[in-house]
Design a protein. Structure first.
Length: 202
């Protein structure tokens, strides 16, 4: 029997492929990018791959739309967590079983807001967890959103570039190498935390 999660992912992918050929593709990309930063469980990079495969000549426009609406979603998520965390943010974290990830994100973002948000998109923890952590802690908004935009746009740009260059094989490449890249970032983050908080007592 096929795994229900894998089956759902396959259906989402097929839906993205169909929508990529339709006139309202940009609307759906903007909506997915916006809601992903708040509650939606599917990253817009998946839709970006489908769109670039269908229309390579529009890749830069797709990237701009995805990055812009992702930043807008992160802004909304930040203020939701600032003022409505217990009513809205916490139930979402519980629904996706991200409570322990939220604790980790809080520790990381409390140490260095910009750095934590810049690398958040390359960690196993969903971006929305870092967004909620930032809003919950009330961290300074400018370094928060600047780091987020830098990191998320970089990740999206990588997906766009790899799709333009390797086509459908990009999905296999991401599965193969993203885990290694994530492991390196987690190791660097751990070393930074040890040095910053323990060795020098800062």
């Amino acid at each position: 029997m096929e795994n229900p999660i894998n089956l759902w992912h396959e259906r989402i992918w097929q839906w993205f492929v169909i929508q990529a050929q339709r006139p309202h593709a940009l609307f759906w990309l903007a909506l997915v990018a916006f809601t992903d930063a708040i509650f939606f469980p599917v990253a817009p990079e998946v839709f970006l791959v489908a769109l670039v495969l269908a229309h390579k000549e529009r890749a830069r426009a797709y990237l701009a739309v995805a990055a812009s609406f992702s930043a807008l979603g992160a802004t909304v998520g930040y203020f939701v967590a600032s003022f409505l965390f217990h009513q809205f943010g916490e139930p979402i974290l519980v629904f996706y079983h991200l409570e322990s990830a939220f604790v980790t994100a809080r520790h990381l973002i409390a140490g260095h807001v910009f750095l934590a948000m810049a690398v958040a998109s390359f960690t196993p923890i969903p971006d929305k967890v870092f967004i909620y952590a930032g809003g919950f802690l009330g961290v300074h908004f400018i370094p928060f959103i600047t780091g987020y935009v830098l990191g998320r746009t970089a990740r999206m740009a990588i997906f766009v570039y790899l799709t333009e260059r390797y086509g459908m094989h990009v999905l296999d490449l991401i599965k193969k190498y993203m885990l290694w890249f994530t492991g390196i970032l987690v190791a660097l983050g751990t070393i930074y935390a040890m040095v910053h908080w323990h060795l020098f007592g800062l």
